[in-house]
Design a protein around this ligand. Structure first.
Ligand SMILES: *Cc1c(COP(=O)(O)O)cnc(C)c1O
Length: 419
């Protein structure tokens, strides 16, 4: 039976208008933020479903509330599809997002005051890998590793040295602004040398791992955490995969350790995202993300952008704008006005402050979801050059914005409603 209730537009025109505007904005701009993507209409339908009405503390067939006839098979589908996609022995799809997923891992293995090692935030790591302002850096001791000054890559000898010195109980690999492949086997051997649990946080690269465009940590790391909304192109959510020996500890840490009722509408959408990622076209997508990133990096280099590590192996690019005489923030804001949405970002050894750093960070998951290819990547690099070199010339920005809009019209974004 069709809905007889009034629509969102009738009930709350203010929010309905803002959502309509959000669709229009997404349609006419290019999403270049590497942690973002366009979730499909199917994923969004599941996210907006009645499953969000249900409380289901516990796990399938072990719940604390009645009426789980539908929720149990939904969670089992999500879990099983993700285990199939990644080849994992165990999967917990209940974490509310990436940060709570990581917190659950701390709770599963550490006591406050224990030592954790992760990539330092200014070198491209995530807050939750023990950085000071995060709960993970204030309740736990942190020994952060960085990148080499010469090539801005992770120095595994330094990681080993720090691990031996600080004897961490947990070692994180993974980051938010690291453009190179992670050497999971090397981290495994370091973790083994000091008896640490190895956690691979693949939040950024999960879609690449699932599609075979980045090596997988499954079977190497003890625990693998991820978000579901970045390259994986699902709803906003988190997930923990683990070796079977750690399954019970992880599940207990998520519930009842850290969370109450799971977000069942999100769980359903995670199942949909897994179904989409299991299609052969997702492998093509994952490889196209990397191919596009390499093309974009090369085109930016040719135009005078100085790239951290000199290029990329994955979906993201970090550029130091110092040689172009513009700060990351000024460039990012001008690019946004021109319809190219990315973020300002610190670069390793940045002499500037995090709120006004030297670099910008961008990536190709979104543009690739729209079907853009290497030709469009060269076009994006050219637009970026035009914007950055004349960033205070509003007519210049407006001219680029119109060109961006015309290309966007040829590449509609999944899940975005154009009226
Ligand atoms: C995005 C990200 C997270 C956190 O995810 P949220 O959903 O924002 O909490 C954790 N780790 C890494 C490496 C990330 O990139």
């Amino acid at each position: 039976m069709p809905w007889t209730e009034p629509s969102l537009a009738a009930v709350d025109p203010e929010i309905a208008h803002l959502i309509r505007d959000a669709n229009a904005l997404e349609a006419r701009t290019i999403r270049l933020i590497p942690s973002e993507n366009y979730a499909s209409r199917a994923v969004q339908e599941a996210t907006g479903s009645v499953l969000g009405n249900k409380y289901s503390e516990g796990y399938p067939h072990k719940r604390y509330y009645e009426g789980q006839q539908i929720v149990d098979p939904v969670e089992e589908l999500a879990r099983n599809r993700m285990m199939k996609l990644f080849g994992a022995e165990h999967c917990n799809v209940q974490p509310y997002s990436g940060s709570p997923a990581n917190l659950a891992v701390y709770f599963a293995f550490l006591k406050p005051g224990d030592t954790v090692m992760g990539l330092a935030l200014p070198a491209g790591g995530h807050l939750t890998h023990g950085w000071g302002v995060s709960i993970t850096g204030s309740y736990f001791k942190s020994a952060a590793y960085g990148v080499r000054r010469e090539d801005q890559r992770i120095d595994l000898d330094e990681v080993r040295k720090l691990a031996k010195e600080h004897q961490p109980k947990l070692i994180f690999c993974g980051g938010t602004a690291y453009a190179r492949t992670w050497d999971f086997p090397a981290f495994r051997s370091i973790a083994d040398e000091v008896g640490a649990i190895l956690v691979a946080d693949i939040a950024h690269i999960a879609g690449l791992v699932a599609g075979g465009a980045h090596p997988s940590p499954i079977g190497i790391a003890d625990v693998v955490t991820t978000t579901t909304h970045k390259t994986l192109r699902g709803p906003r959510g988190g997930m923990i995969m683990a070796k079977k020996v750690h399954a019970a500890a992880i599940d207990k840490a998520v519930f009842p350790g850290l969370q109450g009722g799971p977000h069942n509408h999100t769980t359903a959408a995670i199942a949909v995202a897994a179904h989409e990622a299991l299609q052969p076209s997702f492998k093509t997508y994952a490889h196209a993300i990397v191919e596009n990133a390499k093309a974009l990096a090369a085109a930016l280099s040719e135009r005078g952008f100085s790239l951290v590590t000199g290029g990329t192996d994955n979906h993201l690019i970090l550029a130091d704008l110092t040689p172009l005489n513009v700060s990351g923030k000024i460039a990012a804001r001008a690019l946004d006005r021109a319809g190219l949405v990315l973020n300002y970002n610190s670069v390793p050894f940045d002499p500037r402050k995090p709120f006004d750093p030297s670099g910008i960070r961008l990536g190709t998951p979104g543009a690739t979801s729209r079907g853009m290819g290497t030709t469009e990547m060269v076009q994006i690099a050219e637009w970026m050059k035009r914007v950055v070199t004349k960033h205070d010339d509003e007519a210049n920005l407006e001219a680029v914005r119109r060109e961006v809009e015309a290309v966007c019209a040829k590449y509609p974004a999944p899940g975005v409603l154009v009226e």
